[in-house]
Design a protein around this ligand. Structure first.
Ligand code: NAP
Ligand code: ZN
Length: 351
């Protein structure tokens, strides 16, 4: 299918319009007309080749919502007109132990990412949701709960599941003390989700203006992380920390805010983390862990959880043509709290 998207052509230039063909439907494929796509900081990392594996042209986008336009003959779950979503993965082996345990993100053969990944059947590089349509195998298509407002759903597909999955895995429940570091796309979802789970939420932020708003999002306490006194006051006060900071940084000040048996979970920086003294962990049996996205089952679960608890990401709508400005602003932490592309705007590039 003839497709128009926006692609990075190298790590320096701005994203530009890019025409390509989506594959013909395989028997188990679903074709989706993309309505909205969230802008994740990972899109920026990959456009800029921060993780050294970018294939150009690179069409980012893994927070996708849209409407089914066509299905292959073996598709049972979806039909034309259904409201659906696609997150960070579009395929996996489906046979290994992690796949069978609904943790396709840990597929032993490597899961196929929504973009910048090799398709398992034809070997072509996948192109993501900064485009007007996508074709995805049925098992990796999510259902958008009926009552949800479609324009606000997209960030749940990555920011939502990436923070929901560790909160669930670490068994966060009513009364638990959860810290969230960084109030961006992931961070603001972590605050909302942890609050809905009944946790007492502490936000660590570098931005004074965000501190004022964090309580509206569900935080009980706010700590300006650059303020040593405030950090000291928070010592030994948390059970779980979700660290969403997108760059390598010293974990020591945050480890000190964990109580005995507390865990700091890295979901942000994929990088060499500066070393820290093991005494910080010994004195309190503390742990540093990490987590990556979540499986397909967890992704459906977080969509349903958000529908049930009336949780929506705070979305700033942009046109596709504004993506380069959005990237610049995201780099500076100037986003409240997720850019979402209204894909109707891409029609302007079709003429
Ligand atoms: P984002 O919207 O840009 O938010 C990041 C926030 O971190 C900023 O708003 C800022 O919050 C804080 N921050 C930024 N630079 C900082 C610095 N130098 N020092 C301290 N704090 C800083 O990004 P995002 O989309 O939430 O993604 C965050 C990271 O998670 C990215 O690296 C992304 O690639 C990664 N990610 C990982 C997964 C996974 O599966 N593990 C999935 C998706 C994304 P304040 O203004 O409040 O300080
Ligand atoms: Zn993402």
């Amino acid at each position: 299918m003839n497709t128009i998207g926006y692609a990075a052509f190298d790590k320096e230039s701005p994203l530009k319009p890019f025409s390509f063909n989506r594959r013909e439907l395989r028997a188990n494929d679903v074709a989706i007309d993309i309505k909205y796509c969230g802008v994740c900081h990972s899109d920026l990392h990959q456009a800029k080749n921060d993780w050294h594996g970018s294939n150009y042209p690179l069409v980012p986008g893994h927070e996708i919502v849209g409407v089914v336009t066509n299905v292959g003959p073996k598709v049972n779950k979806y039909k034309e007109g259904d409201l659906v979503a696609v997150g960070c993965m579009v395929d996996s082996c489906q046979n290994c132990s992690p796949c069978k345990s609904n943790e396709e993100q840990f597929c032993e053969e490597g899961s196929t990412q929504t973009y910048n990944s090799k398709d398992r059947v034809d070997g072509e590089i996948t192109y993501g949701g900064y485009s007007d349509n996508i074709v995805v195998r049925e098992e990796f298509v999510l259902r958008v709960p009926e009552k949800m407002e479609l324009s606000k759903v997209a960030p749940i597909l990555c920011a939502g599941v990436t923070t929901y999955s560790p909160l669930k895995e670490w068994g966060v429940e009513k009364g638990d003390r959860v810290g969230v570091v960084g109030l961006g796309g992931l961070g603001h979802m972590a605050v909302k989700l942890a609050a809905a789970m009944g946790a007492e939420v502490t936000l660590f932020t570098t931005s004074k203006d965000k501190a004022l708003e964090a309580k509206k999002l569900g935080a009980n306490h706010v700590v300006i992380s650059k303020d040593e006194q405030q950090m000291q006051k928070a010592a030994n006060s948390l059970d779980v920390i979700i660290d969403t900071v997108p760059v390598a940084h010293d974990l020591s000040p945050y480890i000190q805010t964990l109580d005995i048996d507390g865990t700091l979970i890295i979901v942000g920086a994929i990088d060499n983390i500066p070393s820290f003294h093991s005494g910080l962990l010994l004195g309190g049996r503390k742990r540093v862990a990490a987590s990556v996205i979540g499986g397909i089952e967890a992704t459906q679960e977080v969509l349903d959880f958000c529908a049930k608890h009336d949780i929506y990401p705070d979305c700033e709508m942009i046109d596709m043509q504004e993506i380069n400005t959005a990237f610049e602003r995201m780099k500076k932490g100037d986003v409240k709290y997720r850019f979402v592309i209204n894909m109707e705007s891409i029609d302007k590039d079709k003429e």
